[in-house]
Design a protein around this ligand. Sequence first.
Ligand code: AMP
Ligand code: MN
Ligand code: MN
Ligand code: MN
Length: 279
Amino acid sequence: MIVDLHTHTTASDGGLSPAELVLRAKECGVQLLAVTDHDTIDGYTSISEISTGELKLIAGIELSCTWSGVNIHVLGLGIDTTCSRLQAELSDQSAARGERAKIIGDRLAKLGFKDTFEGASALADGRAIGRPDFARFMVAQGYVDSMATAFDKYLGAGKAGDVKAMWPSLETIINWIKSAGGVAVLAHPLHYKLTNAKLRRMLADFKEAGGEGLEVCNGRPSPSDLNYLRQLCTQFDFEASAGSDFHQPSNWLELGCNADIVAPCKPVWARWQHVESTI
Ligand code: AMP
Ligand code: MN
Ligand code: MN
Ligand code: MN
């Protein structure tokens, strides 16, 4: 079975429209797909209007939050997108994203980079604005030579543009996910560059707050990272998730993960394998 429980569309910082994403997922043989845009369900909501055929689609989201001063991403899988509480919270989250973008712009201005808020907003063109929009604008202006440099020097973890005070706590967003009937899965646990001890503290807090899953496979992990995450998943008794974290077509990362990759952990998708698609 081929699954993909972590993907982005143009509703957040992805390059494909929701319809294009679904088409590509079908071409890649994906049988179970979750759309998990950053802090928005708009992409998923528009997909539900088109036929998906053999592909089973579940609603998802990738929520930004903070834990112990670290910007953490939590996937909410199998959420009910009609949940009014979730919708209200997401509207606040969208406002927080906008406020954060202004602060990022102010901070970059202090470093001599002019009009980045305006430029990033124009690129975002009404959808959820994020650091990739700032990076793209900085490249277009010739402020930096690549998106990677923009993140390495100005936008990545610990840099001036890494504004995280706006995000809710880990506990808060797990509550939102649960109130919408979803499963909270900690996204890409090794991206936060935590020490082993701190990562374990985070996992313990995540579990305590109601988190149920761990993203054992994100993108194309190394064998050693995979082994480590499978061990953590088993030790903390989490359900395992797998996703490409696809943003746009590239020559090294494609949609779809072989379901076997998380074995011997218990897969989170067992929850939806026998459920008919809502489409
Ligand atoms: P934000 O949602 O505004 O916090 O932006 C985070 C997003 O930036 C991530 O989801 C990635 O898509 C993207 N990102 C993070 N680091 C990098 C990087 N080094 N190069 C390019 N994109 C990145
Ligand atoms: Mn992203
Ligand atoms: Mn993420
Ligand atoms: Mn992602």
